[in-house]
Write a protein that binds this ligand. Structure first.
Ligand code: C2E
Ligand code: MG
Ligand code: MG
Ligand code: MG
Length: 289
């Protein structure tokens, strides 16, 4: 991609590149040093249970504070990190920091707060992934039962996924299928794979706006999960209407802008500590319904 042109002058652009691929090349270039430059930050989005009225955990969502481009979405740079292999170091950084932060919150008075961390294909197939996670758990002293790994269907579609997942489960953590229903779901996975939680993709939850077909899908997934003894989490809950429908189907674990956007650690600490916040008011309100 880069071509040395004498001296220490590197060229990343060729005249034929369009604006988008120029941006991609430039992002990829700066991605190499983003970790050492401390440009990543983890945001945490609360996951709530509207029956017990609690924040039960958070999901770690990485942000890249790019010196020129501002905040870059993970939708943009995670694929670059994945193809370049940089995801291995970045992913380990996320795991370590998310576990460390969660341990802090637990010690601060939220002893049962869990953390969910997203894993890509490369991360799962990294031969030492179980050692890496074991080391991080030991280092941070986080009880493994409070760690959940989120894998999408495209990650678990590979051949040896099931063995990998068993190895990880042996550490005592749990596994969620993320964006459930958007990939090449095979119901066989639900039978054979050591899965603890299904996360219903936000595209279903949000178009649940009373579309009878989507409602049928959502309620079927919720029932399926219940009968297979899996937890189910609805992602991307943005409105009261969506909440009401999910609740009517006995889905109580939710995540979405309606409750809170992903927040920097400090802001999440404040949110957890202020029982007067909009989030806790909402939770209290819903417990009376
Ligand atoms: P995901 O794991 O499915 O995360 C959910 C995404 O939906 C997040 O986007 C979150 O901010 C967004 N979201 C949450 N609630 C709502 C809502 O009510 N409405 C809408 N419209 N969106 C909502 P984000 O943070 O941009 O992350 C996008 C994806 O990037 C994630 O999807 C995940 O696949 C990936 N990602 C993020 N952080 C990491 C990471 O640390 N490691 C890896 N491997 N992937 C990550
Ligand atoms: Mg996720
Ligand atoms: Mg998701
Ligand atoms: Mg997603």
């Amino acid at each position: 991609r880069s071509k040395k042109q004498g001296g220490n002058c590197y060229h990343f652009y060729s005249p034929s590149m369009n604006e988008e691929s120029k941006e991609t090349a430039s992002l990829l270039y700066s991605l190499h040093s983003a970790l050492e430059r401390n440009e990543f930050e983890i945001y945490y989005q609360p996951k709530v249970n509207i029956e017990s009225c609690e924040v039960i955990g958070t999901e770690a969502l990485i942000r890249w504070n790019h010196p020129q481009f501002g905040i870059v979405s993970p939708e943009k740079f995670i694929p670059l990190a994945e193809t370049s292999g940089l995801i291995l170091n970045i992913g380990e950084w996320v795991l370590r920091n998310a576990c460390r932060q969660t341990k802090k919150w637990q010690e601060m008075g939220f002893p049962h707060l869990s953390i969910a961390v997203n894993l890509t294909t490369r991360q799962l197939y990294q031969s030492t992934i179980d050692d890496i996670i074991r080391r991080i758990l030991a280092e941070t002293q986080l009880d493994p039962r409070y760690l959940e790994l989120e894998l999408t269907e495209s990650v678990i579609i590979q051949n040896s996924a099931i063995e990998k997942m068993h190895k990880l489960k042996n550490l005592g953590l749990s596994i969620a299928i993320d964006d459930f229903g958007t990939g090449y779901s095979s119901l066989r996975y639900l039978k054979d794979f050591p899965i603890d939680n299904l996360k219903i993709d936000q595209s279903f939850v949000q178009s649940s706006k009373l579309d009878p077909k989507i409602k049928a899908i959502i309620s079927t997934v919720i029932n399926l999960a219940r009968q297979l003894n899996l937890n189910v989490t609805a992602e991307g809950v943005e409105s009261e209407e969506e909440l009401v429908y999910l609740k009517s189907q006995f889905c109580y674990t939710m995540q979405g802008f309606y409750f809170s956007r992903p927040l920097p650690a400090e802001d999440l600490t404040k949110l957890l500590q202020s029982k007067e916040s909009r989030l806790y008011r909402l939770l209290k309100e819903w417990s009376f319904h």
